[in-house]
Ligand binder design. Structure first.
Ligand code: CP
Ligand code: NVA
Length: 315
């Protein structure tokens, strides 16, 4: 398969998808699809990172992101270095900026999962090596790119599709998904309790960055959100770092559970997506996540392909 890549993204940071144009997002998706297609045809040779080292800094737990970046760097011919925040001098009070400068003495790319988005910005400000956000409180851009690759594969397009996100509208996964889908020409409806909806100013900025005709709708009505959906997406109700709010959140989000009763209001061919890890029985029930509409395992696999495409272009 041959895809035309039209713009050079080498050296760019990826902190949020809001910083990228529609064309640049398509370049990342096309590169990812090309690498995936080559691998499926038996070619594992993509030496984009030959001789390069990539720091993988994690302040929070991770299964998918950690493994897929580690394997992805290896498959591109590079050397991944997993670094747990508390095992570095960071855990003893060295500043984030000094740590970023130190990384820059040794590595060619930095991938970081942090609590505070500002910490990523601080690293990006001092490091010449490109920085990729592996999840912060505000964004999960690599998740959204893997998700868009999955939607593109399953539905053949993103333009004009209706995506419904049901749950915590103001979470990192929903924000990045909305940034990507709207820029790529899809519509997104976010169904959340009012208290957890996307903040107004942010929703306005999303609308400004959208492709012509792409529509953002905010609602408290989960049934209305899924009624014409091509894609139905949910994420955990209690994100990492929100454990103190657990009981209140679970009580508030109960009517937003993705279960067979809610699916009965959706078109029969709507695909069900979840970034994982899932809290089965909370935001999604077993019959839905394991049901015929679910694409969550293809979605998880696509994290690897999408991130390889992103790293091939940025590092
Ligand atoms: N979806 C996702 O980022 O999963 P992990 O937290 O396991 O990396
Ligand atoms: N919103 C979740 C996503 C986990 C991949 C969290 O931040 O914990």
């Amino acid at each position: 398969m041959v895809f035309k890549i039209t713009k050079n993204l080498k050296g760019r940071d990826l902190l949020t998808l809001a910083d990228f144009t529609r064309e640049e997002l398509w370049n990342m998706l096309k590169k990812s699809a090309q690498i995936k297609s080559d691998v499926k045809c038996g070619s594992l040779v993509h030496p984009y990172l030959a001789g390069k080292s990539v720091a993988l800094l994690f302040q929070k737990p991770s299964t998918r992101t950690r493994i897929s970046f580690d394997v992805g760097v290896f498959q591109l011919g590079g050397h991944p270095i997993y670094l747990s925040w508390n095992e570095l001098q960071l855990g003893r009070g060295e500043t984030v900026a000094d740590t970023g400068r130190t990384f820059d003495c040794y590595v060619d790319g930095i991938v970081a999962r942090v609590f505070k988005h500002g910490d990523l910005e601080a690293i990006a400000q001092v490091a010449r090596a490109p920085v990729i956000n592996a999840l912060s409180d505000l964004a999960h851009p690599c998740q959204a790119m893997g998700d868009c690759l999955t939607i593109w594969e399953k539905k053949g397009k993103i333009d004009g599709l209706n995506v419904a996100f049901v749950g915590d509208g103001n979470d990192n996964v929903c924000r990045s998904l909305a940034e990507a889908v709207l820029k790529l020409g899809g519509n997104i409806t976010v169904a959340s309790p009012a208290k957890y909806q996307l903040p107004e100013a942010y929703a306005e900025s999303l609308a400004k960055g959208s492709a012509r005709g792409a529509k953002l709708t905010l609602t408290e009505d989960a049934r209305a959100a899924v009624k014409e959906a091509d894609v139905i997406y949910t994420d955990v109700w209690v994100s990492m770092g929100q454990e103190a709010e657990k009981e209140a959140r679970i009580a508030t989000f109960k009517p937003y559970q993705l279960n067979s009763a809610l699916m009965a209001h959706a078109p029969g061919d709507a695909i069900v997506m979840h970034c994982l890890p899932a809290h089965r029985g909370d935001e999604i029930t077993d019959d839905v996540i394991d049901g015929k509409n679910s694409v969550v395992w293809d979605q998880a696999e696509n994290r690897l392909h999408a991130q390889k495409g992103i790293m091939a272009l940025l590092f």
